[in-house]
Ligand binder design. Structure first.
Ligand SMILES: Nc1nc2c(c(=O)[nH]1)N[C@H]1C(S)=C(S)[C@@H](COP(=O)(O)O)O[C@H]1N2
Ligand SMILES: [Mo]
Length: 528
């Protein structure tokens, strides 16, 4: 091609195929847009097949399940209920970086780009297929998204660069306007598909539609009326009954499971003489008992927020199991949720006379979707991860030897009774108050045993008895208050509780893993 005579400068970039500058913005854009189209189309298709077929959610869920225990504990501690948002943001960040790299590879060789896209798709498909409830059908949105993305990538590449043989040096970038038009078209496709998918998924959300139509019968065993004095009467203490919207939420579900009660079934099988399946209305027809119960999470740190109390209605669980005829030698009930979570409960805890139930209502409403609509288990006295399976759909009678459930596989204890604990709700840590009387108050709990005393210590002073509000049932937390004549200076306030066995909470601080935190809650305040 060259008309030059004499010695020619060696151009290392010359060759039969032109290579564009590696990180040219167009290369990055090609990769990111192809990925966006893939995910947008996949989301749209997933709106019809259900959240289990959304590749981003599947990858996120896999990350949740495979994260080492300390990382998980840290995430729950640091981000609380926002942990899911943080996780998805992380997934999208990694995705974007990978997509940019694929675009760069595609600029080198089209084949590399397609290979990158295939690897990307492989990760999504693998994540989907390894989810506990997955079927082969669930991979369709990802595969469809990948096909559209491959087409988009080739089209973008064609309009981005010339690849006519013999071009020397950098490839010529084709007409900017043509590339931008293709890029804009791709962006619109991706955004349109993602928006339509998200809207449709919300509209298809079987759970919210179904919940709106559920009518629950009045309980045949209503809860005892609460005494007036369950409140210690101090501002700043968590209310005795937690409103549904304020109830803590802890689970592994990135998309809240959507259950249509008309299609929902509950099975009971395993080592029973008479396995059974119930429809929702059949379950309700057994009659509901109503109870005020405190539920808390094993991951709660000393002083932490993952505890609440509600008025629950549900079907008594023990008779259901007894009617099925439990074979001798069994010690575990495995509950399975619609999203594949497994929770293992000691059978003895269900059968010993406590109010274990399949709850359908929380504070007078059908269970909120986040708290397990339409049916969740509740076993007073056990942490949620061993007794409170949400979105319940199957129960299997078995042994602890025969089956490890989700958290037990991750090293958490299989028998996890709630530990006696207490929390200072007011003053807040590092509060500043004027000298004079200061009300120190909070909650204490020891489900099954009941709280019998709470003591408060300021600095190195003597332990002082706090005043206890009413404790209508051992399965409920109890409010307490102590009137402190505060003097100027910095002070440390500590609390400890005793239960009806006479035991006082141990001072030794232990992390929640593997069976619940211990230690006294303490705060520092400044009195001026
Ligand atoms: N299906 C399902 N049920 C579940 C969980 C879960 O991750 N999935 N988490 C358990 C844990 S660890 C706790 S503490 C309680 C929390 O119930 P809540 O979110 O209604 O407060 O639900 C339990 N039931
Ligand atoms: Mo939990």
């Amino acid at each position: 091609m060259s008309t030059q005579t004499g010695p020619r400068p060696v151009d290392r970039r010359s060759g039969p195929r032109p290579r564009p500058h590696r990180w040219h913005p167009r290369a990055v854009l090609v990769g990111v847009l192809a990925a966006a189209v893939a995910l947008g189309v996949a989301r749209l298709a997933a709106a019809f097949l259900g959240p289990a077929s959304d590749p981003v959610l599947a990858v996120g869920a896999t990350a949740v399940d495979t994260a080492p225990q300390p990382v998980k504990a840290w995430a729950i501690r640091t981000f609380g209920t926002a942990d899911k948002l943080v996780l998805l943001t992380g997934v999208y960040t990694v995705l974007t970086a990978a997509a940019a790299a694929i675009g760069v590879a595609a600029f080198q060789r089209r084949r590399y780009g397609l290979l990158g896209l295939a690897a990307f798709t492989g990760i999504g498909v693998t994540a989907i297929l390894t989810r506990p409830t997955a079927t082969a059908l669930d991979t369709l949105p990802t595969l469809g998204g990948a096909a559209v993305a491959a087409a988009a990538m080739l089209l973008l590449l064609r309009t981005a660069t010339t690849s006519s043989p013999g071009t020397v040096g950098r490839p010529r970038l084709l007409n900017r306007r043509q590339f931008l038009a293709t890029a804009a078209g791709t962006t619109a496709t991706a955004a349109g598909a993602a928006t339509a998918g998200t809207t449709l998924a919300a509209r298809n959300a079987a759970g919210s539609r179904s919940r709106a139509t559920v009518v629950l019968p009045a309980p045949i065993q209503p809860a005892a009326r609460l005494p007036a004095d369950t409140s210690a009467g101090v501002n700043g203490v968590a209310p005795f009954i937690t409103a549904n919207r304020d109830f803590y939420r802890v689970d592994t579900a990135l998309a809240v499971p959507q259950v249509d009660v008309d299609r929902w079934r509950l099975t009971l099988d395993g080592a029973v003489d008479r396995p059974r399946t119930w429809r929702f209305d059949e379950l309700l027809a057994r009659g509901l008992m109503e109870r005020d119960l405190t539920l808390n999470c094993v991951s709660n740190e000393v002083g932490g927020p993952y505890i609440g109390t509600a008025r629950w209605s549900g079907v008594p669980l023990a008779p259901l199991l007894r009617e099925a005829g439990i074979r001798p030698g069994q010690d575990q009930l495995v509950s399975r949720s619609v999203d594949g979570m497994t929770i293992g409960t000691p059978l003895v805890a269900i059968l010993d006379g406590r109010d274990a139930m399949l709850a359908v209502a929380m504070n007078g409403e059908p269970l909120p979707l986040e708290n397990g609509f339409p049916v969740r288990m509740l076993v007073p006295g056990l942490y949620g991860y061993v007794g409170a399976c949400k979105w319940l759909t199957a129960m299997t009678v078995t042994t602890f030897d025969a089956f490890d459930t989700y958290w037990v596989e991750r090293g958490w204890a299989h028998d996890a009774p709630v530990k006696t604990a207490s929390r200072i709700d007011t003053p807040k840590p590092f509060a500043r108050r004027p000298a004079g009387p200061v009300m120190i108050a909070g909650v204490a709990w020891a489900q099954r045993r009941g709280i019998t005393a709470v003591q408060v210590q300021v600095d190195d002073g003597p332990w002082q008895a706090a005043r206890l509000a009413a404790g209508p049932s051992p399965d409920l937390w109890r409010q307490w208050a102590y009137r402190w004549p505060a003097t100027p200076g910095s002070h440390t306030i500590r609390v400890r509780a005793s239960d009806s066995t006479g035991a006082t909470q141990p001072e030794r601080r232990r992390t929640p893993y593997p069976d619940g935190a211990t230690g006294w809650h303490s705060i520092s305040v400044t009195i001026t």
